[in-house]
Write a protein of this length. Structure first.
Length: 460
């Protein structure tokens, strides 16, 4: 397809100068980092850092103005009531708790839902969600639709839950053993793929019919709503705000990293429909995050979050935001570089399994491609594959992921079309020598969330 691009619906008022390292310097830096891109100093990354879209976006003038009036009172600050009102207006759940980021929300909420339970089922768990399920003593089961597994085939909603398989899991495992059914929107591990309202509500109804709590991982709710407006016929004339409210209709709870679609550098939310669960959430928040009205955050960040919740659901912004992914994907498609198609909302997920078929999953092809991208152009990306998935918590053996993706996560309102062209050109150069790229082995790793701190060494 011909690359398209929607121009930025904003003007640039401030710039950040950056330095460029030579190829030799980059080779030294990645070796010193033990071939773990998380261990690279940010200053050693060329202009484009695609490690994550979490907390890396550019705040608006309205958000920066909010920073200046943020109330830093320990209890009952004005900004707390502003963010409460904004969150209830956007999502429609009656109880909302501030926390400092998404994994903090999971740390607070998931042990409550999983107490005495053995399993959590999701369309796909992301890394921190899976980790907190396991830390709560349960096991995480993924249940994405089979269409997601074919990265070359078009399907409108590759993030959907496989409803037939969900019912089968409930029969097999026993509803009494399942603490929560989770819908991640968009489905990050499947390639930033959206979930339809029809599928979301069907999964919710299955959960409730069996007496199981239904939770939404809401990190990228706005991007998901935009795809629904574009692809789900019943909602083509609905506003993004109305679609978001419909998505969350009847959900028991949600967790949210506000560092994504609320476009802030720090922040998270927990939403609850049940007051009894909310009371437990508040108790755990005081233990882990601080008092309930600041939830581990500064008042200035809370003020920015209240503004960002509204800005994140602006349709003009979302058209530009997802248009960036479509433009980059279009350039890669023209060059024959495989990726999860159609492109998702926050990133382009390059299919490293197809680009580097000679590297087996246990030598981490997606990590190998991320390292090669840094060597080539100083661009930092990350593995969403077997390296991130880790080892079986019961046997200790390396798990094989459904996908071997190298994720190019684009920060919000940060990069221009010229930056996207640099990314595409670098990958095109890598494709020409793909056969010569070697895999990696792990030489040191922690037991949980190893990809953040593990040390690797090249093979061959």
């Amino acid at each position: 397809m011909k690359p398209i691009y929607y121009p930025e619906p904003f003007r640039i008022k401030s710039v950040e100068p950056l330095r460029i390292l030579t190829r030799e310097e980059r080779e030294e830096k990645i070796a010193t980092a033990h071939y773990n891109v998380f261990a690279l100093a940010a200053g050693d990354v060329y202009i484009i850092d695609l490690l994550t879209d979490s907390g890396t976006g550019a705040m608006s003038s309205a958000q920066w103005a909010g920073v200046m009036v943020g109330d830093e009172s320990y209890a009952g600050a004005d900004c707390y009531y502003k963010v409460q009102a904004a969150a209830k207006r956007v999502f429609g759940l009656p109880y909302v708790q501030l926390v400092h980021q998404g994994r903090a929300a999971e740390k607070v909420l998931l042990p409550i839902l999983l107490e005495g339970k053995k399993y959590a089922i999701a369309n796909m768990h992301f890394d921190t969600t899976r980790a907190h399920v396991e830390l709560a003593g349960a096991r995480a089961i993924d249940c994405v639709v089979p269409e997601a597994l074919d990265t070359t085939a078009y399907y409108d909603f590759k993030g959907n839950m496989d409803l037939g398989r969900l019912e089968a899991y409930i029969r097999e495992l026993g509803a009494e053993n399942i603490g929560v059914i989770i819908m991640t929107v968009t489905n990050n591990s499947a390639g930033g793929q959206p979930v339809s309202i029809e599928n979301l509500h069907a999964a919710r109804d299955i959960a409730h019919r069996h007496g199981i709590k239904f939770m939404i991982d809401a990190a990228r709710h706005a991007e998901n709503a935009y795809f629904i407006k574009q692809r789900e016929e019943a909602y083509k004339n609905s506003s993004i705000a109305d679609i978001v409210r419909e998505m969350f209709e009847g959900a028991d709870c949600f967790t949210m990293s506000a560092k994504k679609d609320a476009i802030v550098n720090m922040g998270g939310l927990i939403g609850c429909r049940d007051r009894a669960i909310f009371e437990l959430v508040k108790q755990r928040t005081i233990s882990f995050e601080g008092f309930i009205t600041y939830g581990g955050m500064s008042g200035r960040d809370i003020e920015a979050l209240a503004v960002g919740l509204e800005e994140g659901i602006d349709e003009n912004y979302l058209r530009y935001r997802i248009g960036q992914m479509q433009y980059l994907a279009g350039r890669l498609e023209e060059a024959g570089i495989p990726f999860q198609s159609p492109v998702g909302g926050h990133a382009v997920f390059v299919d490293a399994k197809k680009l580097l078929p000679h590297i087996p999953y246990y030598e981490f092809p997606a990590q190998a491609l991320a390292i090669e991208l840094y060597r080539e152009a100083g661009i930092r990306a990350c593995d969403i594959g077997s390296y991130m998935l880790g080892n079986d918590p019961d046997t200790g053996k390396q798990l094989e992921a459904d996908f071997e993706f190298t994720r190019l996560a684009v920060p919000r309102r940060v990069y221009t079309q010229s930056h996207l062209d640099v990314i595409a050109d670098a990958l095109i150069n890598i494709k020409e020598r793909a056969d010569a790229i070697k895999g990696y082995k792990i030489v040191e790793e922690p037991p949980i969330l190893r990809h953040f701190t593990a040390k690797l060494a090249p093979l061959g």
